[in-house]
Design a protein around this ligand. Structure first.
Ligand SMILES: [Zn+2]
Length: 615
């Protein structure tokens, strides 16, 4: 997943699980606190999903049939959240009894199905709730083309259980096939082998032959069309956005080739990207074969495609070699950020990679200052914590800095051999922090590991950190310093604009010190660079935040339009936080009231708390 937060976690709403159950040991040594699955009894291996998407009722209904390994068990356990279980059949077609457990605020409910020690198949008939946390049902006006409804799912971290009864732990892998019935005129896509055009009857069949962890099952339904970029890459989008999307992502084939050049063959066959409506809460989600992406990367200059490099990198780190539990999430994300920057360096050069590294470091710094200490280590013990509440920049950028430190220490050539081997030897397996450290000792550090405890398990900043720098950002800093002197002296400013990329503009805006400048100063900066009129979401978010903090009200109308249209959490949450921290709760609530229906469940959950639940 591309980074969600701009550090708004840690403002005091870490939810506590009220569950009474003992944590269950997943395979390996890690404890997965978020699942009811007793994997040592019975473990699913294949899903046959047969469902209908009912847009009127906003529910999915049908059946989930499982093949499973049975270790002489008399029951098999699943995770569920807000599901109605109608009946459960065994492989002989006979109904069996089942029990739905008590509600746990984080984990949902267990589903215990009674089986005999010889059973190997089970079919669960069920329906979802309109409140299912993984399902985002969009009305036509919430889509790009505003003509047809849309459905998208988000399984990570523990949401898949809200639309499929499943053993919802990243420590297992399953293959799946699916039949999905949707309203005529819409196309259905999954993290599987996908159709390229709509069917007459709205029935779609899917097959995913490569085993994946349940959080990577994904479904999207909408008025979608496909455009190939080359033989193995392409883009899906709503019809009037398809051309722009294909232009922006024209280098995707090269990106896959660059990634393969670094760490081995792309393991999933096809690589396509689905451009989602603007309310998608994340930057991107690495659903195998079909990355889900925010439309906010379509800025017309290909400057934000590192988000796609990030999701592509997950094809190795995360999807191929998967964190065994969410405690080990840094293994998924730290590796992916490192790999993303190596892809971008190969494609765009070192200057580009340095810029995104510095931006990542700035985000990390903000996070480290705001987070409670227990969330600032790479390995996080999630006992009693919802993984969604623990997500921050730490697993991403502190994880990156750890791997970068290893690269510097052992040399790039040796480090690349290590990573390539690590992906190859752990392909289609899960790994946890402890196993990774053992692997590191055996294959790179020759037992030298005095730094590991400090980097991986200790909270706060690691010792001996090398702070990243960027040559191009130093030029931006010079320009900024010159501008500020002129602005504060109210001197005439040159109207010659620098030829900068999005990242350089973003860095410029981030330099604005709201403790020093006034709103009159902001107005002069705006007069020169026209940030208020920008259509680039990265620039809009950064500029509106500074403007909110200095009460530069000229942005308010545009900022409101932005916040009611875009649902990406990285953009919306810091803006509401800026309003809250500057005592502009009336404005925040006024905007939120209108924007809330467009936001994803997870964004609403955060903002309801931040804005004291006005709804
Ligand atoms: Zn990611």
């Amino acid at each position: 997943m591309y980074k969600i937060f701009f550090s708004v976690v840690g403002i005091g709403f870490i939810m506590s699980s009220c569950g009474q159950q003992q944590p269950l040991v997943a395979e390996g040594k890690s404890i997965d606190y978020q699942t009811y699955a007793h994997l040592s009894k019975a473990k699913i291996t294949h899903l046959t999903w047969d469902v209908e998407a009912d847009f009127d009722q906003k529910i999915i209904k049908g059946s989930a049939a499982y093949d499973f390994e049975n270790h002489q068990a008399k029951e098999i356990y699943f995770d569920t959240s807000l599901l109605t279980i109608d009946s459960v059949l065994l492989n002989n077609g006979k109904k069996t009894t089942f029990e739905v457990g008590e509600l746990d605020a984080v984990k949902g409910r267990s589903l215990k199905v009674n089986i005999s020690p010889k059973d190997k198949k089970v079919i669960i008939y069920y329906k979802t709730s309109p409140e299912a946390s993984a399902l985002q049902w969009l009305d036509p006006e919430q889509t790009h083309d505003k003509k047809h409804p849309y459905l998208l799912t988000q399984g990570q971290a523990i949401l898949t259980r809200s639309y499929i009864p499943i053993q919802d732990t990243p420590s297992i892998r399953i293959t799946y096939e699916a039949t999905v019935r949707v309203p005529k005129g819409l196309l259905a896509l999954m993290s599987a082998i996908n159709p390229k055009e709509k069917t007459e009857d709205g029935v779609y069949h899917f097959k995913m032959p490569q085993a994946l962890p349940p959080y990577l099952i994904a479904l999207a339904i909408g008025d979608l069309e496909y455009q190939a970029i080359d033989q193995r890459t392409g883009v899906y989008a709503e019809p009037t956005q398809l051309k722009d999307a294909a232009w922006e992502l024209a280098d995707m084939g090269k990106m896959v080739t660059a990634a393969e050049g670094l760490y081995g063959e792309y393991p999933w066959g096809q690589y396509d990207v689905l451009i989602l409506p603007p309310s998608f809460p994340f930057g991107g989600m690495e659903n195998p074969r079909l990355t889900f992406s925010t439309p906010t990367i379509l800025v017309g200059d290909r400057s934000l495609t590192n988000l796609i490099a990030h999701e592509l990198a997950h094809s190795w780190s995360g999807n191929l070699v998967t964190n065994a539990t969410w405690n080990d999430f840094w293994l998924n994300e730290g590796f992916t950020v490192y790999f993303e920057r190596r892809i971008m360096e190969a494609l765009e050069g070192k200057d580009y990679a340095d810029m995104i590294t510095v931006i990542g470091y700035q985000d990390l710094k903000t996070s480290m200052e705001m987070l409670p200490a227990n969330l600032t280590s790479l390995y996080i013990d999630l006992d009693g914590i919802n993984p969604d509440d623990a997500f921050s920049d730490v697993p991403y950028d502190k994880g990156y800095l750890f791997l970068k430190m290893l690269e510097d220490r052992y040399g790039r050539a040796q480090f690349d051999v290590f990573i390539k081997k690590y992906f190859k030897e752990n392909a289609f397996k899960t790994t946890n922090t402890e196993d990774f450290i053992t692997y590191l000792k055996d294959n790179l550090t020759n037992g030298e590991d005095d730094f590991v405890q400090n980097w991986v398990y200790d909270t706060g900043w690691p010792k001996g950190l090398v702070v990243p720098t960027s040559r191009l950002f130093e030029l931006v800093e010079k320009q900024y310093a010159t501008d500020i002197v002129q602005i504060q002296k109210r001197q005439a400013i040159s109207d010659k604009l620098p030829q900068w990329s999005t990242n350089e503009w973003l860095h410029y805006i981030r330099l604005i010190d709201v403790a020093v400048l006034t709103k009159e100063d902001l107005a002069l900066i705006d007069k020169r660079y026209h940030f208020t009129d920008s259509k680039n979401a990265e620039i809009q978010c950064a500029w509106y935040e500074k403007s909110f903090r200095l009460k530069y009200e000229k942005v308010n109308a545009n900022a409101k339009a932005f916040l009611t249209q875009v649902g990406r959490r990285k953009f919306i949450e810091p803006l509401y936080l800026a309003l809250k921290q500057t005592n502009q709760m009336d404005l925040a609530r006024d905007i939120y009231k209108e924007a809330r229906p467009n936001y994803h469940f997870l964004a609403r959950q955060t903002l309801d708390v931040m804005l004291e639940n006005p709804k």
